[in-house]
Design a protein around this ligand. Structure first.
Ligand code: BG6
Length: 488
């Protein structure tokens, strides 16, 4: 009973949200470098300059208009530029992860540090060295990392050159980047994930208010090219060494019908198909599911799927399913229920659940349910890459942070996960999101904190970047030491 002895415990962060050093070490800019932060559940915007000299904004993950240019403005504080400054603090930070007993660690490699201007611009050796140093630190403490290749941070160079993921050319660029990483870091890393939350473009439609056919078409096109690129990476990695495991990563959440009206039940299942299983199936089963046809018709989509794409997808099925889980949501066809927010999506509030300061439902039972759904559907190893509570933390005059709310959230979720594992779910690891405080993806805030380690930096850019251990730091250390038995 309990977790298997080799279960991986750790934490997860991402390059653009934690590193800072945005213009150091030969890194080129990525879109998020131009994003302002926003208050809870308001859209985070990119500010740019129009050809006529006026300023404009678009939500993050959208394209700026033709003829417009990315520009930094003095009246905006760009939180991702410094973030938590992991770029300069990584040795101390990894030492603290080791002190908690991490046996794994997930971060992403910044594409813009490795190939700042695409293959054409050549490899940036300083960037390559940076990750050598990061992985060497992990090895020093016997931390077995699981590394993500792409987390929303391709160089803006690609957008300017050929429209980034709207072009098939991006597949070759990504495969070149991934192949370099597999080869370069094979001494330290044998578990990889290709695209973080590859489904987010479809999932965030309600949150980002994307309904125009052109925008929806763009999301599908981007996802298709990413699915093909991922499949080709799996094949290449296996050809290099069959022991390299390459998983996919899909944003997960549990969807319930708000009422027992069969129409609500159908709608909630359809939401699961559209938001999760469309991408999950394509990557885990190697082909688009039968219901894709219904989605393409409903959304008036045509996709450039070649015969070779289909062969690559079948031959490059992911070795494991990585996923995030923070919350659940309800769907209804009725005009009732309070509107709720969530991880880049909207839904209806569940009267049986409590909500975080950012309006995300806290639902450990949903986590257990979701683990079973994934296990039954894919029958392949699972890895929970992200789970955690974003909250405001208070530092006492003795530099302590009493984050009992975070401990409560994580305890309940680990307990649910343990039950699922005991009931047969094949889960090989768990990394909590934002194990050290970092910049929020949806709002760009520093003050939305997930970490066991507090970073002294606020939304306005005020702070010393000093690290402090929260109460949850000592609690998680006990959890790991007891392999998930001691949750008190
Ligand atoms: C996940 C993303 O969806 O949610 C992370 O992969 C993100 O990058 C996390 O940070 C939490 O969301 P947020 O908006 O609170 O940062």
């Amino acid at each position: 009973m309990g977790f298997p002895n080799d279960f991986l415990w750790g934490g997860s962060i991402s390059a653009a949200q934690v590193e800072g050093g945005w213009n150091e070490g030969g890194r080129s800019p990525v879109q998020i470098d131009y994003a302002a932060s926003s208050p809870a559940n308001k859209l985070r915007m990119i500010h740019y300059r129009n050809a006529d000299g006026s300023r404009g904004t678009v939500p993050v993950f959208s394209h700026i208009p033709k003829g417009a240019t990315y520009e930094l403005f003095d009246d905006i504080h760009y939180t991702n530029h410094v973030a938590s400054d992991f770029y300069h603090h990584y040795k101390d930070d990894i030492a603290m992860f080791a002190e908690m007993g991490f046996t794994t660690f997930n971060t992403s490699i910044s594409w813009a540090r490795i190939y700042p201007y695409g293959v054409e611009g050549g490899v940036n050796q300083e960037g390559v060295e940076f990750y050598h140093n990061v992985f060497k630190e992990c090895q020093k403490y016997n931390i077995d990392p699981v590394i993500t290749l792409y987390k929303y941070d391709e160089p803006v160079y690609f957008e300017q050159k050929f429209g980034a993921w709207q072009s098939r050319q991006m597949i070759d660029e990504f495969v070149a980047f991934a192949s370099l990483c597999f080869e370069e870091y094979k001494e330290y890393v044998n578990k990889w994930m290709t695209f973080n939350e590859i489904n987010i473009g479809l999932m965030c439609r309600s949150f980002h208010n994307i309904s125009h056919t052109t925008q929806v078409q763009e999301k599908y096109t981007e996802i298709h090219y990413q699915i093909v690129a991922a499949a080709r990476c799996v094949k290449i990695a296996h050809e290099m060494d069959r022991n390299i495991q390459v998983g996919c990563m899909v944003a997960g959440y549990c969807v319930y019908p708000l009422t027992s009206d069969p129409k609500d039940v159908m709608l909630s299942y359809k939401t699961f198909q559209d938001n999760f299983a469309y991408c999950g199936d394509a990557m885990m089963r190697g082909e688009y599911p039968t219901f894709s046809k219904r989605m393409w018709e409903e959304d008036h989509i045509t996709l450039d799927i070649s015969q070779q794409d289909q062969i690559d997808m079948l031959e490059g099925k992911a070795d494991f399913l990585g996923f995030s889980y923070y919350m659940s949501s309800c769907m209804t066809t009725h005009d009732e229920g309070e509107k709720g927010n969530g991880n880049m999506m909207m839904g209806t509030k569940n009267p049986y659940l409590k909500y975080s300061d950012w309006g995300w439902a806290m639902d450990p039972t949903g986590f257990k349910y979701f683990l079973h759904v994934l296990n039954d559907r894919y029958n392949k190893p699972l890895f929970d890459v992200e789970n955690g509570l974003g909250a405001y933390d208070q530092v006492t005059s003795e530099d302590q942070i009493h984050d009992s709310y975070r401990i409560d959230y994580l305890r309940d979720h680990i307990q649910a996960m343990k039950e699922a594992v005991e009931e047969g779910v094949d889960l090989f690891g768990y990394t909590t999101w934002g194990c050290i405080d970092l910049v929020s993806a949806s709002t760009g805030q520093n003050d939305k904190r997930y970490g066991f380690i507090y970073v002294d930096m606020n939304d306005k850019g005020e702070g010393s970047l000093k690290r402090l251990k929260k109460d949850s730091f000592y609690w998680y250390k006990k959890v790991i030491a007891s392999n998930g038995e001691d949750l008190d």
